[in-house]
Design a protein around this ligand. Sequence first.
Ligand SMILES: Cc1cc2nc3c(=O)[nH]c(=O)nc-3n(C[C@H](O)[C@H](O)[C@H](O)COP(=O)(O)O)c2cc1C
Length: 275
Amino acid sequence: MNGIIFFKTRKLAEVTLFYTRTLDMTIWLEQADCRILQRGNLLLGFCQRDFVDTQGTITIFTENREEVDYVYSLLRERADKEPVFNKTYGIYHFFARDPEDRTVEIQWFDHRLSPYRSGSDLLISRRSIRSFTSDPISDEILHRILDSTRYAPSARNSQPVYFVAVRSEDKIRKLANVRSAAAPIAKAPMALAIVADPGISRRAVQDGDIAAYHLLLAAWDYGVGTCWIADMDRPEVKQILNIPDHHYISTVTPLGWPAESPPIRERRLVSLKNL
Ligand SMILES: Cc1cc2nc3c(=O)[nH]c(=O)nc-3n(C[C@H](O)[C@H](O)[C@H](O)COP(=O)(O)O)c2cc1C
């Protein structure tokens, strides 16, 4: 299920400018005398009327603390006070007023959250993470990630993929030493191998790689960091993990809570040939 919160407004144009220019919302849908705005998974509808709804608080939460300060610098004139840390809720936030005096709260949660990102935000925000906190990934989180990964496509729905979770420090160290580019594995509290059995699928390589990328995205949905480590389909890795020689290892990713938030790496513009 999805949803929209609607407000009546007397100043549709001014309110639109406020939420789009200052709060970076975009117009999601125009509907006669209503306009629905979007940011991430937040949908706000405003309908031109002779009276105004101002009840409630519109809370927008950011990915990091710095973004709260940045939005405050844009909204200073409309803000009640500077951003503060609120210990009761574990949030960093401030309140401001929109052009019709609705309360708008900008906040950042100083703790982990269940998945909340929209699909497009998930795709755009994913990063390779190579530095992790020492906090373990609980079995519950691991199983939720693996459960989402079950929905990866596979040839003829053959589902030849299985996973090997590695928490042994000795094995993690050995995996990280297999090649220099595998070093991030040693930084995480655990590693996860994504493996496909060619006895189950004739397309085991594609099935394994697709499932592995599905897993990277599912992990990110839970705020868990991963990094694709290439060229791990090797005899020495299979020996460490007790995997049959003929099975295909897509990747062995480190898995942990990110201790870094790398900026987006430069991307080329889309290359599209129309024939
Ligand atoms: C096929 C493939 C192989 C990769 N191999 C490695 C690797 O061996 N070690 C590593 O640290 N990162 C590896 N990466 C991660 C890339 O460096 C990373 O995806 C790229 O720099 C873009 O950064 P981003 O994932 O944060 O957007 C690999 C990624 C892919 C898709």
